[in-house]
Design a protein around this ligand. Structure first.
Ligand SMILES: NC(=O)c1ccc[n+]([C@@H]2O[C@H](COP(=O)([O-])OP(=O)(O)OC[C@H]3O[C@@H](n4cnc5c(N)ncnc54)[C@H](O)[C@@H]3O)[C@@H](O)[C@H]2O)c1
Length: 363
């Protein structure tokens, strides 16, 4: 589609004012690229709470009410519960608004296609934001790989431990959504939070040609299961292999300002390795990035390793993009479909007993 960049601040609405709004809104604060004109959420309490951030924004209980009001909106920050993503985005695009959507894009390829079709039909942009691609230690590890400093890359490893204690409060309604998602075969660790890990894999090493997975489940309380232990292995088109292990440590306390998610990325080359020690939580209290080569370890002590900064920078990237219309969107809707395919290939592999699945073969 042809897109004409804006020469004035874009008029933005937040649709969904729940937990993650706290981080997404940081991109909009003191940003001359944008003016926040509307806040949408069916919850009176949430509207009242968020209105304090944007006293001049109009508030609405639904996107339909906003559209009917005649208020001019250019773009929407869609922070909706996951099961509403496909229908919600089709509606938002239908109102003639560009959409910056939270991950995961949606649960299946049919839903994704409906969203792509709606973007095309309405001549509007759909971005599926990926804040991890803006986390400074991860950006720096990518830069290190591309510099050749580690030598040719031999392989890499991601680790994620979901812990049960610590972090910020999560509304009970979010857990209800996650329980439903798990019943629909899209668990919180592999599919929801896992979306980020799969996205970083594609961002670091490109398209995936084969995925093998063994996805487990653990009952936490009756009616609420979590999708661990799980292990996913894959090979990129360029021959690099990755492995991601997902573990649950339900009684473990993890210091975190956000979710209690202990994460690592470790990339090994022929000459050395580089490791990001943490991201969402404050698990390993060492420099967030360490690079080893030739008997020496280099540690980065001054990177912006607050996870919230990745939301700020991802959002700013989008709001700037709307003024330039050039460069990677990180991610465009088409690119996000590749992340969805990666996840769906893992499910298909696990269901088939761990055989290799090409994400492109899914339909
Ligand atoms: N990038 C990340 O790391 C990250 C982290 C957490 C959540 N998320 C994503 O953010 C999105 C929102 O998650 P959350 O944790 O804020 O959930 P939440 O349950 O805290 O908030 C969702 C909000 O949407 C509102 N809502 C429900 N139906 C609506 C509708 N039709 N129109 C407008 N608002 C509606 C609810 O009232 C609620 O306030 C999800 O897609 C989730 O996957 C991303």
């Amino acid at each position: 589609m042809s897109f004409t960049p804006y020469e004035r601040p874009v008029r933005a609405a937040f649709v969904g004012l729940g937990r993650i709004y706290d981080l997404n809104m940081r991109a909009y604060v003191d940003n001359p690229d944008v003016e926040v004109v509307a806040l949408v959420d069916p919850s009176d309490e949430r509207r009242e709470q968020r209105q304090r951030d944007w006293p001049h924004a109009a508030t609405f209980a639904s996107a339909a009410d906003l559209a009917a009001s005649g208020l001019e909106v250019d773009t929407v920050e869609a922070l909706l519960p996951i099961p509403l993503h496909a229908d919600g985005v089709v509606e938002l695009l239908g109102h003639g608004w560009h959409v910056n959507l939270q991950k995961p894009m949606c649960n299946d390829l049919a839903g994704a296609q409906r969203m792509l079709d709606a973007a095309t039909a309405n001549g509007r942009l759909l971005r599926v934001m990926e804040n991890y691609l803006f986390y400074e230690p991860l950006r720096k590890i990518k830069e290190t790989v591309e510099s050749g400093e580690l030598g040719e890359i031999s392989g890499y490893h991601m680790k994620m431990v979901g812990t049960g204690r610590g972090g910020w409060d999560v509304p009970a309604s979010s857990y209800a959504v996650q329980a439903q998602q798990m019943r629909d075969g899209r668990g919180i660790l592999v599919f929801d939070d896992g979306w980020h890990k799969l996205a970083t894999a594609i961002w670091l090493f490109g398209p995936i040609k084969e995925v093998r997975a063994w996805i487990g489940r653990t009952e936490i309380v009756p009616g609420f299961d979590i999708d661990a232990p799980s292990t996913i292995v894959w090979e990129h088109d360029n021959g690099t292999r990755g492995v991601w292990d997902i573990t649950l440590a339900i009684d473990m306390y993890l210091r975190s300002d956000y979710y209690t998610n202990d994460e690592r990325w470790e990339i090994t080359g022929r000459r050395g390795y580089a490791r990001v020690n943490r991201c969402t939580g404050r698990g390993v209290q060492q420099p967030s990035l360490e690079i080893y080569r030739d008997g020496e370890m280099r540690s980065y002590h001054a990177l912006d390793d607050d996870w919230a900064s990745s939301f700020r920078d991802s959002g700013r990237h989008w709001l700037r993009w709307l003024h330039t219309g050039t460069g990677p969107m990180l991610w465009s809707a088409d690119e996000a479909v590749n992340v969805l395919r990666f996840a769906l290939a893992a499910y298909a592999s696990s269901a088939a007993g761990g055989t290799g699945v090409d994400p492109a073969s899914l339909n």
